[in-house]
Design a protein around this ligand. Structure first.
Ligand SMILES: [Fe+2]
Ligand SMILES: [Fe+2]
Length: 155
């Protein structure tokens, strides 16, 4: 609780909510690809990819400005690089309207495994380890990203 009696916003919960939104966008891509709807798949892909890349940029920024314990930071940087590679590959496939359902499902599995490391090495630590100024800035940026993230197309 803060001085006004309101619950203090949790950076960790915000990051977890952002992950859930990103996965919902990815599920929309998978659904559209499964339905053979190329136009909807392309639209959902753009929303997913931009949401995911903004999330990774934010996490990389935290890892640079206030890295948690070294081993954890190394693992996250490595995994982010791998995920960005997957997104680049799928981006090329999306450009050819050739997104593969299996490749998208593999990426969902990768993101799910990565979330455990994000939580273990970054989110839990960030609540207290970031310091008040960086924490407030990270919270504000997170709120803006969540507000900007378009919901999956409902069709
Ligand atoms: Fe991450
Ligand atoms: Fe993350």
């Amino acid at each position: 609780m803060d001085g006004s009696g309101c619950t203090r916003a949790s950076l960790r919960e915000g990051f977890l909510a952002e992950h859930a939104s990103i996965v919902a966008l990815l599920n929309a891509v998978i659904g559209a690809v499964g339905a053979g709807d190329d136009a909807r798949a392309a639209e959902a892909w753009r929303a997913f990819a931009s949401g995911l890349l903004a999330h990774l940029d934010a996490e990389d920024g935290l890892l640079v400005s206030a890295p948690p314990q070294e081993r954890g930071a190394r693992i996250l940087v490595h995994e982010h690089r791998f995920i960005r590679g997957c997104v680049s590959e799928l981006e090329r496939a999306a450009g050819r309207r050739a997104l593969s359902r299996r490749a998208l499902e593999n990426l969902r599995d990768v993101l799910s495994a990565h979330l455990r490391n994000d939580d273990r090495f970054l989110y839990t630590w960030a609540e207290d380890g970031l310091g008040e100024r960086l924490r407030e800035a990270a919270l504000a940026a997170l709120g803006a990203r969540l507000a900007a993230m378009s919901p999956p197309p409902a069709r």
